[in-house]
Design a protein. Sequence first.
Length: 439
Amino acid sequence: MTKFQLSFQEALEKLKNDKNNTVAYFFQEKNNKKGVLANKFFSIKSNFATTEGVSHASSISLLNFKPSYNATVFQKLINAGAQPLVKVHNDELGLGGKGLFSAFGKIVNPLDKTKLIGGSSSGSAATINFVHFAIGSDTGDSIRRPASFIGKVGFKPSYGAVSRYGLFPYATSLDTVAWLTHNVLDSILVSQVVFGSDENDLTSVEIDVKNVEKTKPKKVAFLDLDAEIEDYVVKKLYKLRNILKSDQVEIEIIKPDLNLLKTILPVYEIISYSEATSNLSAINGITFGNTEKNLKWEEIFIRTRSDGFGLMLQKRLIWGSFFLEKDNQEHFFIKAKKMRTLIKNYYESILNKFDLVVFPAFYGIAPDIQGENSEKSDKITNFILAISNLVGNPSISLPLGSYKNLPFNLAVDSKINSDAELLGFSLYLEEKISEINNE
């Protein structure tokens, strides 16, 4: 793993003085295990179960929750010798894509405090400069979009490549353990530790990433989304295409079905909000949550959800309940699942023809938190990353360039379970991007 500029103690002191509402807990236990990640330290999102520290997923409703077990991904990292440094805040219970919805205060972009950091893995992204790698989750783009806003590598593996045991569920069919690193090689090293099937997660599968090497792709598809992105992103993509062509990589520019891509957001919202309504139903003040004595069941439930949940979360769960009502299921939830199948079939028909499918991770640099340069929700490139969650294929966000001293990334996808190939191709792309940025 790349040599890090900060020692453990230096990183610890910097985080203790950090004013960005990122840290939920400082780990106290020293990991003395030897392994491939010995002496490497990391941050982890607070929606993962750990026996030490807090596991409240940045929600008041789980403030006193103490798991009796470690999430599989956390335990694998410990077994490999990695040292947990901090548990970090996130958008409440993993819902929210901005970094503004933690119950413990908003998290902003450390490169520019007027800009969004993205989410829900906002704390993971905001602490990456203090650690070797940062563990989070990616349900729609929760690692890869923050990676673009801070100019780091964000990797979402294939669905099931990493056990979700111990990750608090948001949308079960979309949730993926994911992480930020400083380069592709570091992401490969983390993958080699945490990949693998797990008897505690029946959706987990075996995908071999033991022997990943830098590989030049033969055929690469670029999605033509120029009308959806800023000019400075267009120019950088043009340079990347040219340098790949000069290296005898076959390039094809694909004009995607924009009408179909526009359905990604509503399909994602209907499915994820509906699944969240089901998954979070146990946070009722009795099964989970902060129980108050001398109250009737109905009063406990109402108080848990009104006082324990933030407004953003309440809104999404209300929508989820609406979509799941008997009279609405056919019109919303069932149709969304059918549309998901159409999106999956369409995107897989592209993925299966090429080694890689490439497109901008976002339409530009991180948007303002508020004001005239705030997020443009109508842009397809504002939500296109969610397509790989709907499909289940691996997706990586690579630093591509910068504008006004702020970074923007490239999204690179490949077919389902081709994680090793994607990582090998990404080593090659990382090198080529470095060449065009050093011209």
